[in-house]
Design a protein around this ligand. Structure first.
Ligand SMILES: [Zn+2]
Length: 209
């Protein structure tokens, strides 16, 4: 878990994030000339990231976790800071050694969901109660809410908690850099494309704005 320090904010939202906190003009308009919402701070950007040793440390071509973690930090550095909650639940919660077994099954033709099920694990064994508690501890509860960087609709509901202790005001899609830049940037491979299409087809991920 950690904070990204507040840095220069971007004027434009190349990343699809609505952001109005650009560099401050020399003369600010008088308070009464502004609409009430103009000075209201935007909800903080938040990334709940589950550990992926193979993707983040070894940059395996099986998944885009390393890119997602880097991209989340980059977006926060451009848009006034944010919160990354790093959860130790490797391999969607089944652990590193079981994940490597699942990779072997994928080499034999299973997709990422089928491989977990063949090993008698849930398709996704992660939970987010700890992330909700950490966000509350950091003062991210209440009406202001958060902007959550994710493609996973289940994560949005889970992070909010049973009584919506944390409110996700906006979901910001994590679109693979290779998709956004025609394969010229970001990690891309046949395995990642299969992995992403399984996430969309079987796990309901929404990889679009
Ligand atoms: Zn991964």
């Amino acid at each position: 878990m950690g904070f990204v320090p507040e840095e220069m904010a971007a004027r434009t939202g190349e990343d699809g994030i609505a952001e109005e906190d650009g560099p401050q003009p020399l003369e600010r308009p008088k308070q009464h000339e502004m609409s009430p919402d103009e000075d209201k701070p935007k909800p903080p950007l938040v990334r709940i990231h589950s550990e992926c040793y193979t993707g983040e440390t070894a940059w395996s071509a099986r998944c885009d976790c390393g890119e997602q973690l880097d991209e989340a930090a980059r977006l926060m550095s451009l848009h006034g800071g944010g919160v990354i909650v790093y959860l130790r639940q490797e391999g969607r919660g089944i652990g590193l050694s079981e994940k490597l077994k699942a990779y072997n099954l994928q080499d034999l033709g299973s997709d990422t969901v089928e491989a977990n099920l063949l090993l008698r694990h849930p398709a996704d064994a992660r939970s987010y109660g700890l992330a909700t508690a950490i966000l509350l501890d950091l003062g991210c509860g209440g009406d202001q809410g958060i902007r959550l960087l994710t493609n996973n609709p289940h994560k949005v509901r889970a992070v909010e908690g049973p009584n919506r202790e944390v409110i996700v005001r906006e979901r910001v899609a994590m679109i693979p850099l290779a998709w956004k830049h025609g394969g010229k940037r970001g990690i891309h491979s046949r395995e990642i494309e299969q992995y992403l299409s399984t996430k969309i087809g079987k796990m309901g991920h929404m990889i679009s704005d």
